[in-house]
Ligand binder design. Sequence first.
Ligand code: NAI
Ligand code: MG
Length: 356
Amino acid sequence: MNLYRIAVLPGDGIGKEVTPVGLKALEAAGEATSTFRCEFESYDWGSEYYLRHGRMMPAEALEILQRYDALYFGAIGLPGSVPDHVTLWEFLLPIRKGFQQFINIRPCHLLPGLKSPLRDKGPQEIDFICVRENSEGEYSGAGGRVHLHTEDEVAVQTSIFTRRAVERVLRYGFELSRARPKKRLVSATKSNAMQYGMVFWDEVFLEVARDYPEVHAEKQHVDALAARFVTHPETLDVVVGSNLFADILTDLGGALMGSLGMAPSANLNPEGAYPSMFEPVHGSAPDIAGKGIANPIAMVWSAALMLDHLGEKEAAGLVMRAIEDLVLEGRVLTPDLGGTAATNQVGESLVEKILR
Ligand code: NAI
Ligand code: MG
């Protein structure tokens, strides 16, 4: 039996509500398959930790986390108490960058039984994967502010695109695309307006595309691509985008899936030098936090991505089938999906299905 050491980072708001559901699903999958066991260690880092200690996580956090096989993360953010750029830049981004989790996988699949806000599109039409560049681009953190609090105040935020990072994310997208039946890839660009970074991105795209003649590859300006998500999602299979572009597109993707509470993600260090991190696309949802009604499916789906990454294919399949059965039955759903169930009721139902 395999043993996995998992660092658990529930974070803030609904992160703390959906994480326990994900852990129960993982335990149930281990029990059902008898192929593995997880050892969880939970860390209370995040905004409340910040209010007590003046920092989002301890200085040695990355050294601590590095010892684990994978990281399982809920969400952070406590707007009103801690500025969002502090939560992001002192917690999430240091982990993604520090552990070179340069690929962010975000499946966008409408499950049968759920209604998309798109009137005429069903599970056949909404079924693709976004691959987000996760280490640089618009979120490089390069920039500064000068002449603070004067009339001459200036803010500069620079996007950084390196050949290494652009090539590896595009190559990852092409490899993924090649293994899928449709073999279609769209690269999100904006090279009409961004004549340095995005023209460079397009050049690297053309170079990498040459190595994959079997993949039908195209580039599209991200604004038009956003419209295509809505009008022709059935023409999408693998979408590769920069850090900012794919961040925005995947919240739209979450909406297409019926709720942002459905959308899972995986921050991968494909080389395995550092642990990868699995988290829902959504944030801490302060508007519903504390009510016990957050949809835990994105968190549980992210656990399935983690099991898949760890090589536990059977367990990952069990978790996914439990989610699919639950939404197809449509009896135990949270309010975002039109139901009346609480977070823990969805959790109990999922665990029961995994064990069945
Ligand atoms: P959000 O994703 O937290 O919420 C957007 C909307 O979706 C809200 O109406 C919320 O109620 C709903 N929603 C999200 N997840 C849901 C779920 N599981 N079940 C039901 N409804 C759900 O985004 P928002 O409001 O922009 O950000 C709130 C905080 O989260 C901010 O502090 C932000 O910086 C942070 N954030 C953190 C992220 C992370 O930790 N990875 C990602 C995005 C935002
Ligand atoms: Mg986002």
